[in-house]
Write a protein that binds this ligand. Structure first.
Ligand code: SF4
Ligand code: SF4
Length: 298
């Protein structure tokens, strides 16, 4: 899958210890890339990015304004992970959690509609309510930007985001799942806003777990636990090539096509016996998927 991670400084990888950027393999996006190499992880984090307000001095940080250019640059996208809202809690915006949530709704609605037009299908979405602003925010290096009430307002975002995700899914705008980062991570004690490396790792693992749940039945993990296939098919390899041929970059697609054509046994030799359906520990409906793969490669 092509996965766009659209967020703020906690997606960019701001290090609260020195104000620099964490190395790529420390940021949650990098950890996710390492844990799930079958996916293409696209990092789009920007310090100070907002969901519902335009900073007058730096309007380019408005997450709504940059959205379409970003989507169009990275399409085709299968999944958009959205984690925004903390910067909207800055005192200058005087924002209610409801107003912030409306910005999130707009971003997701626009994502679904715009990508339907530009890539011919709506991506899935995973909306993440950000980690709470920490109690120590008024004595942190960001005390000038946040007042004490930002703590409680940050805690109200999750309920509103969950409802937003449900509404958008029901309306058919896009299939939107929800995750509350506060269930797995806390902002660092250093600035009550940004994440320490352990939190980046925990967040990546929680997201991956969530992705596996979202992928549900018909996502093959290429493990070949279902082997042997009576028709001699290398089920894991065929599935990997299929996924690459659909969602890889241009070079990967060509390689996947080439490798698939060279297989001794292709999906067209599947008899639909159903043995792999029965033995797959992830309940992948593989027999049906083989038909799909057969149609894809022709
Ligand atoms: S069908 Fe299931 S057991 Fe077979 S390779 Fe895929 S995930 Fe593994
Ligand atoms: S359903 Fe197809 S792929 Fe699965 S075990 Fe039977 S022949 Fe092999």
């Amino acid at each position: 899958m092509n996965i766009l991670c659209y967020g703020d400084s906690n997606t960019y990888g701001y290090n609260p210890a020195d104000g620099m950027r964490y190395p790529a393999d420390v940021r949650w996006t990098g950890v996710l890339r390492k844990l799930a190499p079958e996916h293409t992880i696209i990092e789009e984090g920007c310090n100070g990015r907002t969901a519902a307000f335009t900073p007058e001095d730096e309007p380019w940080k408005d997450g709504r304004g940059y959205l379409k250019a970003c989507l169009n640059s990275h399409k085709p996208l299968d999944l958009v992970i959205l984690m925004l809202g903390s910067n909207d809690l800055k005192s200058r915006f005087r924002a209610s959690p409801e107003e912030i949530s409306e910005g999130i709704r707009w971003i997701l609605q626009t994502t679904g509609d715009f990508l339907q037009e530009k890539q011919g299908f709506r991506p899935r979405a995973l909306l993440i309510a950000p980690a709470w602003i920490g109690e120590g925010i008024t004595s942190s290096p960001f005390a000038d930007s946040f007042a004490a009430d930002a703590v409680l307002r940050s805690q109200r975002l999750a309920g509103l985001y969950r409802q937003t995700a449900e509404d958008l899914t029901k309306a058919g705008v896009l299939q939107c799942d929800f995750m509350d980062a506060a269930e797995v991570i806390r902002a660092s004690a250093l600035d009550s806003l940004h994440l320490m490396p352990e939190a980046h790792e925990a967040l990546a693992k929680a997201i991956l777990e969530h992705l596996y749940k979202m992928e549900g039945k018909n996502s093959c993990r290429y493990c070949n636990a279902c082997a042997p296939c009576p028709s001699g098919l290398d089920i894991g390899r065929i599935n990997r090539l299929y996924d690459l041929a659909r969602a890889g970059n241009a070079e990967q697609k060509l390689e996947a096509e080439h490798e698939y054509r060279a297989l001794e046994h292709g999906a067209d030799e599947c008899t639909g016996c159903g043995r792999c359906n029965f033995t797959c520990p992830y309940q992948v409906e593989q027999a049906a998927r083989m038909g799909e793969i057969c149609r894809w490669f022709g």
